[in-house]
Ligand binder design. Structure first.
Ligand SMILES: [Zn+2]
Length: 266
């Protein structure tokens, strides 16, 4: 729990909205310089704000709905938070817009409000930062072989398999030699129908390291662990020593079908 106490948490929203005094701003900047976790959260909040500003202009969040979401988050969290952070979250709702934005906001509040030590959260955060344009690709190319050779040259020492999702209307955008909670990860991204992003990662690990999922499926003898966070769907499966994950804000079952189509039996 000390993990959450020392981080910026809800202060990040005040920082983003320009509500902090000069002294506090300097302190926050200093913390951000040394803390990748809070930088990640800030990027996620910025992403939600940008989505909120782009979509559904003029639609107000009904106050009762905002309260229900807030209460649900509280229950999910299983503990009470300081009153100060509630005040700033409520202010946030005043300008938030409806629909998909609420789902995105719920995702980010969940991320901000609990200790985040797991791979599912890390992949979720990577999707948010990629989607907001702050997680850059090392190579932009629609050529899967070129992206695979980026990994080989860049010291990723497990075999990578950049999927061809052309049949499903997903075009490869490029790849990045990434780190996922301290371990090398081959990250590659696609742009799908209606501008949906799809981010894949492969890293050495075991499915057993992931938190419990309430949605575990078997398909062609392969086990898939599915997680949902707001409007994101994440699908993990094992291929030998490597774990593969697809993350997308496309329709949930469609993301699962993509995983079924591309998973290979180890
Ligand atoms: Zn921090």
């Amino acid at each position: 729990m000390t993990d959450t106490v020392n981080h910026l948490g809800a202060t990040l929203q005040d920082f983003l909205d320009g509500r902090l005094d000069d002294t506090r701003q300097v302190e926050v900047r200093a913390h951000l310089d040394g803390c990748p976790q809070c930088r990640g959260e800030l990027e996620a909040l910025r992403w939600v704000r940008d989505v909120a500003l782009k979509q559904l202009p003029g639609e107000e969040v009904p106050p009762a709905l905002a309260d229900r979401v807030t209460a649900a988050l509280d229950a999910a969290d299983g503990r009470t938070r300081p009153a100060a952070s509630w005040t700033s979250r409520r202010r946030w709702w005043q300008w938030a817009t409806a629909g998909a934005v609420l789902a995105a906001a719920a995702l980010v509040l969940l991320l901000v409000s609990r200790p985040r030590a797991n791979l599912v959260d890390a992949v979720t955060r990577d999707f948010a930062t990629y989607s907001s344009g702050t997680l850059a690709l090392d190579l932009r190319s629609s050529d899967g072989a070129a992206v695979e050779s980026l990994y080989a040259r860049g010291g990723v020492d497990f075999r990578t398999r950049v999927f061809d999702l052309g049949m499903m209307q997903y075009r490869l955008v490029g790849g990045r030699i990434h780190r996922l909670r301290g371990r090398p990860s081959a990250l590659f991204a696609y742009r799908g129908p209606e501008g949906r992003d799809l981010v894949c990662q492969m890293y050495e690990g075991r499915l057993a390291e992931l938190p419990r999922s309430d949605d575990v499926r078997e398909h062609n003898g392969i086990t898939f662990q599915v997680y949902r966070a707001g409007r994101l769907t994440l699908v993990f499966w094992q291929e030998g020593a490597v774990v593969c994950v697809l993350a997308s804000d496309a329709e949930s079952e469609a993301v699962i079908q993509l995983a079924y189509a591309k998973a290979a039996k180890a």
